[in-house]
Structures are given as structure tokens and as C-alpha cells.
Design a protein around this ligand. Structure first.
Ligand SMILES: [Zn+2]
Length: 153
């Protein structure tokens, strides 16, 4: 099933952990609708801006899968509202900065990024139709901090 021009349901539900553990990672209609919104409003504009194909590393995670990888039950991945991804050859810090300045989003988190290592970590971004909070954070595995870039307060 196609979710948007360049992204399929298969790409947004694929998980090696699910495959290994035999977990059926199947979203319902509401969760599929949320995934479509993430594709249309986050992934497609990012792909258009950078002009390169990208493959999300994690999209929808059913509760069983989400628990299997040690994530919290309140994760937006469980609702199909969040996606983790990188863009080939683009620093994750630059990617997070671009999203922050150009897109409407609910929560943007630059995860496990280390200064001076452009490919470290990844970007987590969620979209909630009609209820986007525009919260931009960074997370190092222990603490969340507000995401800011030089030149900003
Ligand atoms: Zn995530």
C-alpha cells in the first residue's frame, strides 16, 4: 500500500526486531491515516528539499514491538504519528535545523547526535493533524534539552 508518492506502508512498518521475534506489526485504519500525514507533511517535503531518496529506520510500532525495543508506551510511534530517519550525506543536525525552520511538526527530536560527527544519531519527528505543538528537542539517551542553533536564543 502506498502512503504517499514516495513512501509505502511496508517501509513505515518494517522492523528487524518484529521479524526476529515474530511480531505482527500491523497498524489499524486510524494509525495508517496518521502515517499518511507523517509521510505527506514530513517525509515528502524533506525528500523534495534534499532531492534524494530516504528510507525511514522506524515508523509505526505496535505496542508489543515498541515494548520489545524498550521504548515507552506513550511513544508516538505506537500511534503511527512518528518516524525516525536520516538523509544520506546530510548531517542530522542540519536536517533537524531545516525541519525546525521549514515544517509544521508536533515533536522534533535530534537523537544521539554528537557534535563533530555528522552521521551520528538520527532525527525523530512526529506530526499530529490539527494539533502540532512544535516542540524541538535533543536527546542524548539520558536527558532532553531544548534544541537551538547558534544565532538563536
Ligand atoms: Zn522515534
Amino acid at each position: 500500500m502506498r502512503l504517499s508518492d514516495h513512501f509505502t506502508l511496508q517501509e513505515l512498518t518494517k522492523s528487524s526486531t518484529a521479524e526476529r521475534k515474530g511480531i505482527k506489526n500491523a497498524p489499524d485504519d486510524t494509525q495508517i491515516e496518521s502515517l499518511k500525514n507523517v509521510c505527506l507533511n514530513i517525509l515528502e517535503p524533506v525528500r523534495t528539499n534534499y532531492g534524494v531518496p530516504l528510507r525511514p529506520s522506524s515508523g509505526f510500532r505496535c505496542l508489543e514491538l515498541n515494548r520489545a525495543i524498550g521504548s515507552s508506551d506513550s511513544s508516538q510511534h505506537v500511534k503511527g504519528e512518528a518516524v525516525d530517519f536520516e538523509v544520506p550525506h546530510i548531517s542530522n543536525e542540519d536536517l533537524a535545523h531545516w525541519i525546525m525552520l521549514n515544517l509544521d511538526y508536533d515533536q522534533l527530536i535530534l537523537e544521539f547526535y554528537r557534535k563533530g560527527e555528522p552521521n551520528s544519531g538520527w532525527v525523530h519527528c512526529s506530526y499530529v493533524k490539527g494539533n502540532n505543538r512544535k516542540k524541538a528537542l535533543k536527546y542524548n539517551g539520558k536527558n532532553y534539552e531544548r534544541l537551538s542553533f547558534s544565532g538563536e536564543g
